[in-house]
Design a protein around this ligand. Structure first.
Ligand SMILES: Nc1nc2c(ncn2[C@@H]2O[C@H](COP(=O)(O)OP(=O)(O)OP(=O)(O)O)[C@@H](O)[C@H]2O)c(=O)[nH]1
Ligand SMILES: [Mg+2]
Length: 219
């Protein structure tokens, strides 16, 4: 590819990221104005993002008014799973895009009565690469992987860990049948981001879910 064309592509990409960051800052201001705690959940396909959200929703929906925004390429399967636990959900289908961006979230914000919610969770499309370029304007980002993705999943995807606040290593109930060293996965995450809070969870046994919830609402 000629050098000139390549530099145009790089510029376009930088513009996209900058526009996304500006819109994310606006989302953040609006959510703050309504005193809403907000979290976006990124992570591998099938790592258990929805299962964890089901477990969290079930536990907090008695005391907090929760909205879950589900990003998915085409279906609303995840939103239907979560809605059963007494929280409101909004499905955003991203079509050909591999991650939610701050424009999607700004549209949801614009069309929702935010005074009805205390907490917003955003489940991103399952993908360990695309979401790293697109912040959404939430208070905290949670990255979810599970032990079934193999021992190197964190080391292979450093960007998402670098820019997340909390890491969840899920499916630890399967530790007897999967050959991974969870302690090594934890140290991989801490090497990438020493400030990260890390939780080893199971959405099935609900191990460490109360601790995760305490961390979410700790400040
Ligand atoms: N054993 C076990 N299975 C789990 C756990 N969490 C989720 N699962 C199962 O893993 C599969 C995928 O879980 P989901 O919650 O749909 O994962 P996800 O990350 O939301 O997946 P996508 O939205 O498709 O990226 C389902 O069959 C869940 O029941 C866990 O902690 N332990
Ligand atoms: Mg899901």
């Amino acid at each position: 590819m000629p050098e000139e064309e390549l530099s145009k592509i790089i510029e376009l990409n930088e513009d996209l990221i900058e526009n996304n960051e500006n819109l994310a800052a606006q989302n953040k201001d609006i959510l703050l104005k309504y005193n809403i705690s907000s979290f976006d959940i990124v992570g591998a396909i099938g790592a258990g993002k929805t299962a964890l959200l089901e477990s969290i929703s079930k536990r907090i929906s008695k005391n907090k008014r929760v909205l879950v925004i589900n990003g998915d390429v085409t279906t609303r399967i995840d939103a239907d799973r979560i809605e059963k636990h007494g929280v409101k959900t909004i499905q955003v289908n991203t079509g050909r895009e591999c991650a939610l961006n701050s424009y999607h979230i700004s549209q949801v914000i614009k069309n929702s009565d935010l005074s009805k919610f205390d907490v917003i969770f955003i489940e991103n499309v399952g993908n360990l690469i695309c979401p790293s370029d697109f912040i959404l304007g939430t208070d905290k980002r949670i990255v979810v992987v599970s032990i079934t993705e193999g021992p190197w999943v964190i080391r292979k995807h450093p960007m998402l860990f670098k820019f997340s606040d909390i890491a969840v290593i899920n499916k630890v109930d399967l530790i007897d049948v999967i050959d991974v060293n969870v302690e090594e996965m934890i140290s991989d995450a801490l090497e990438i981001n020493p400030n990260m809070k890390i939780f080893t969870t199971s959405a099935v046994t609900e191990e460490n879910i109360p601790e995760l919830i305490t961390e979410l609402f700790s400040d």
